[in-house]
Design a protein around this ligand. Structure first.
Ligand SMILES: C[S@@+](CC[C@H](N)C(=O)[O-])C[C@H]1O[C@@H](n2cnc3c(N)ncnc32)[C@H](O)[C@@H]1O
Length: 191
């Protein structure tokens, strides 16, 4: 899939991508290099609790699951029932189902109950772009000190206009833009 040897997909990740593709899901998942980057962030954090908003077929969740500390879990939220069902099937086939829980429902609906699992080590946002400012604000409140918030498609105009100023003005986080074509904005909670 990718000529970058440092972004080679582990077998389980490739399996999840192939499953989703065979079921006709659009290939709007993150790129492999972004997946590897997220996996390494999860590993650096020795993360046990990772939250994702926007599952699609489980591709990014699979990457992050491979970086978890023993006993850790990725909780991923998906609004489309068909996507959630296919993601569960793909993750089961790739034997990652014991490390990933797919929650079916919108982020807006589920975030209040997911707050009970806080503090999170990492929150990855990849759902509806209009919701990013609210999701990011929630994430900053619910990651642990030293934890990470990341948002995909960060170079899209709607995200740039609505999210970047919020992040830049927030002294509780230090941010960096991973310069992939879609842009991955990530920040460490420092205060
Ligand atoms: C770009 S895809 C996610 C790709 C996935 N993170 C990956 O890289 O493998 C966005 C997903 O978010 C879901 N979605 C959009 N708005 C949502 C919302 N408000 N709550 C939960 N899921 C939502 C869509 O149905 C879609 O499956």
């Amino acid at each position: 899939m990718n000529a970058n040897p440092f972004a080679a997909e582990p077998q389980a990740v490739a399996q999840v991508r192939a499953f989703a593709g065979a079921q006709g899901l659009p290939a709007i998942h993150i790129a492999a290099d972004e997946g590897r980057f997220l996996m390494l962030l999860v590993r650096l954090l020795r993360a046990q609790r990772v939250l994702e908003l926007g599952t699609l077929g489980g591709y990014s969740a699979a990457w992050m699951a491979l970086g978890l500390a023993p006993g850790g879990r990725v909780h991923t939220v998906e609004g489309e029932p068909r996507h959630a069902t296919l993601a569960r099937q793909a993750l089961q086939a790739a034997r990652l189902h014991d490390r990933v829980t797919v929650h079916q429902g919108t982020a807006q609906t589920l975030l209040p109950s997911l707050a009970q699992l806080a503090p999170w080590d990492l929150v990855f946002i990849d759902a509806d772009k209009q919701g990013y400012p609210a999701y990011w604000a929630w994430a900053v409140e619910h990651v642990r000190p030293g934890g990470i918030i990341a948002a995909h498609n960060a170079t899209w105009p709607v995200v740039r206009q609505n999210l970047w100023p919020q992040v830049q003005a927030d002294p509780r986080v230090q941010a960096h833009l991973y310069p992939s074509p879609e842009g991955l904005l990530w920040a460490v909670r420092v205060g």
